[in-house]
Ligand binder design. Structure first.
Ligand SMILES: [Zn+2]
Ligand SMILES: [Zn+2]
Length: 154
């Protein structure tokens, strides 16, 4: 797996390849995002960057993340939960599942060797959804994160 600094470098290289100019704003977006494992929305990152870049627009943040996703350097996750179902961006491009907390809406990465379907999954699907061509199997674990589990219920 790439460490955070390498990940940011790879993202910046691909943004440039995609034709985006590497402005100080875009570099700041990428550096913050590359080290963020909370699956932030574009709005989350926009709000965290605004104090340092008062003139930055939401569109700049969104387009930068969207370009990364198109280049395969970020995932887009939509998991309805406590925090709504806005697109959340994921700098972790290694195969993984997600766990979503019912309490705070946190989304955690659950490492997986592969998302490729097993032959058993292919066989089951062939029976349940004839004609469907399967690409990947992703799991969503629903429950309560350790922080929320410790918090006394109100
Ligand atoms: Zn939680
Ligand atoms: Zn993830």
């Amino acid at each position: 797996m790439l460490d955070t600094a390498n990940r940011a470098t790879a993202m910046l290289r691909d943004l440039r390849r995609a034709g985006l100019k590497l402005t100080p704003q875009r570099i700041a977006i990428v550096q913050l995002f590359a080290s963020d494992e909370t699956h932030p929305t574009a709005q989350d990152l926009f709000e965290r960057l605004r104090p340092s870049f008062p003139s930055m627009s939401f569109a700049t943040v969104y387009n930068t993340l969207d370009t990364l996703a198109r280049a395969g350097l970020a995932g887009i996750v939509r998991l309805p939960g406590k925090r709504g179902d806005a697109a959340r961006f994921d700098p972790n491009t290694a195969p993984h599942h997600h766990a979503v907390c019912d309490g705070c809406g946190a989304v955690l990465d659950i490492g997986a060797g592969t998302l490729s379907p097993t032959t058993a999954a292919v066989r089951r699907l062939r029976r349940l959804a004839p004609g469907f061509s399967i690409r990947a199997v992703e799991r969503v674990y629903r429950g309560v994160c350790s922080r929320c589990a410790r918090r006394p219920s109100q």
